[in-house]
Design a protein around this ligand. Structure first.
Ligand SMILES: C[S@@+](CC[C@H](N)C(=O)[O-])C[C@H]1O[C@@H](n2cnc3c(N)ncnc32)[C@H](O)[C@@H]1O
Length: 285
């Protein structure tokens, strides 16, 4: 398999194709974006920002990197890689995008898995996240991926140029994804199932709800059809106090929980946690 640089990045200001010129990306109207020392590019103009430092903070990125690198979520990455592989059409250049890729654990895993499978055509990988801290970390993890700071709402990618979009526990923008997917392209969502992290939630909340991933039948009207749904459930095995805290910090529960809830989790020394995840694959019609 031949991994190539993404050639379908688009200027976030006027939507024109971006061309590589030495250490910059440039559009035909003269908008210029520097490629950072670690190889990523910031395509998030101030007018697309809703805060000074949008997305996950350095502390969240670091907690997630520590937790994921321990391998506790490896079955999620493994199943994702299998699903991605099953969606690749043969003998055709394929562009993948991980939308809200965080610090790149899953995309790196998918790329390495595909390398082992001897896919024999050109593949490009765009890792997109609104958090500069996340992309800076991701860029250290894998140099073959084109890492971009940008938003899923208006991905800085040419229309109808992406074959497979992944969104793993990420911010979902079905309009943004629809615009950049090719007709027949796939959107793979990874979302929490009803029992996800139930042992942790039982510690931080007084009442624990079981919630299914949202009904997406309304997306038919937008031009998507649901192709596949696969659940995955497993236990992490006993994790220690440090990993319990990392897990809490990397999830939205850190902000949703009360101070007492966070403190209670901080005092737990060991926990065996249920991971309950749903993989859904949609097609752009
Ligand atoms: C829960 S984390 C998941 C990260 C990664 N997919 C993972 O599972 O390890 C959500 C990610 O979405 C990013 N994010 C939030 N809003 C976004 C947006 N509008 N566009 C792109 N990324 C966004 C955050 O910065 C964060 O890295």
């Amino acid at each position: 398999m031949n991994i190539i640089k993404a050639r379908n990045l688009a200027c976030p200001i006027d939507g024109e194709r971006l061309e590589y010129r030495e250490k910059q990306l440039v559009c035909e109207n003269g908008h210029v974006f520097d490629i950072a020392r670690h190889g990523y590019v910031n395509l998030l103009p101030v007018q697309h920002k809703r805060s000074k430092h949008p997305g996950d903070s350095k502390a969240m990125v670091s907690a997630r990197a520590h937790f994921l690198n321990s391998g506790s979520y490896e079955p999620v990455a493994n199943k994702l890689a299998q699903i991605v592989f099953s969606q690749i059409a043969d003998n055709k250049e394929t562009c993948f995008m991980d939308a809200g890729c965080g610090e790149g654990y899953y995309f790196d895993y998918v790329l390495n898995d595909l390398e082992g499978k001897k896919v024999c055509h050109d593949l490009s990988f765009i890792g997109l996240d609104i958090s500069k801290a996340a992309i800076a970390e991701a860029a250290k993890r894998n140099k073959q991926i084109t890492w971009v700071v940008g938003t899923n709402r208006q991905p800085p990618v040419e229309s109808a140029s992406v074959d497979v979009v992944l969104c793993v526990f990420g911010f979902q923008s079905f309009e943004g994804f629809h615009k950049i997917l090719k007709a027949g392209g796939r959107l793979i969502l990874v979302e929490p199932g009803p029992d996800h992290l139930k042992e942790l939630r039982e510690i931080i909340y007084t009442e624990v709800k079981k919630t299914d991933p949202p009904d997406l039948s309304y997306l038919e009207e937008m031009g998507y059809s649901m192709l596949d749904r696969q659940p995955l459930q497993f236990k992490t095995g006993v994790i220690n106090n440090e990993q319990i805290n990392n897990l809490l910090i990397m999830t939205p529960h850190f902000y949703r929980a009360s101070k007492q809830g966070r403190e209670a989790a901080g005092n737990v020394q060991e926990l065996d946690v249920t991971v309950d995840v749903v993989f859904r694959t949609l097609e752009k019609k």
